[in-house]
Design a protein around this ligand. Sequence first.
Ligand SMILES: Nc1nc2c(c(=O)[nH]1)N[C@H]1C(S)=C(S)[C@@H](COP(=O)(O)O)O[C@H]1N2
Ligand SMILES: [Mo]
Length: 167
Amino acid sequence: MKKIVFVLILAINLFANENYKISTEVEVSGLVENTIKLDIKELEKMSYFKSGSTPVVCMSGETKDNVDSFEGVLLRDIIDKAILKVNSRKEYNNIYFKVIATDGYEAIFSYNEVFNTKLGDNIIVFYKKNGKYLENYQGKIALISIDDIKNGPRHIRWLEKIIVGKI
Ligand SMILES: Nc1nc2c(c(=O)[nH]1)N[C@H]1C(S)=C(S)[C@@H](COP(=O)(O)O)O[C@H]1N2
Ligand SMILES: [Mo]
């Protein structure tokens, strides 16, 4: 009996121990004119974007989720709000955006990917999924590049930072 209780308590603890820290705002910094911090309220004041339906596919090929819609703001519009600090036209080819989550998960996008390809039309910082605000475990604020072939890897839950850099 004691053993059963012990195992039960252990199992409950494992479920309760949600190993993440939510992000309540996203900071845009690095090579920008204005370092900005955006919480959900501020994101909602910006240009609104709603995606179509999409599966979320892991690198393994496994479909992790089937989503009706994501709602938020295009990454492009968020970068534009901070205003890129670029000195010459050829420098754009070397500009990248590093997106970082509270758990250390990160990914990069190039300037051309976001601003100069069709992919950028569907790279979204979102706070709603299927019409509902994201739960804590879903990331609260997150980002996804919907049109990536495997779009799970560049789905970033608990998005906390967008750093503009130059190679
Ligand atoms: N912050 C954070 N985001 C993450 C991950 C992670 O470990 N940390 N894993 C990624 C991986 S590998 C996949 S496949 C997708 C899965 O998306 P889901 O939340 O719809 O299951 O989330 C991605 N987002
Ligand atoms: Mo994955």
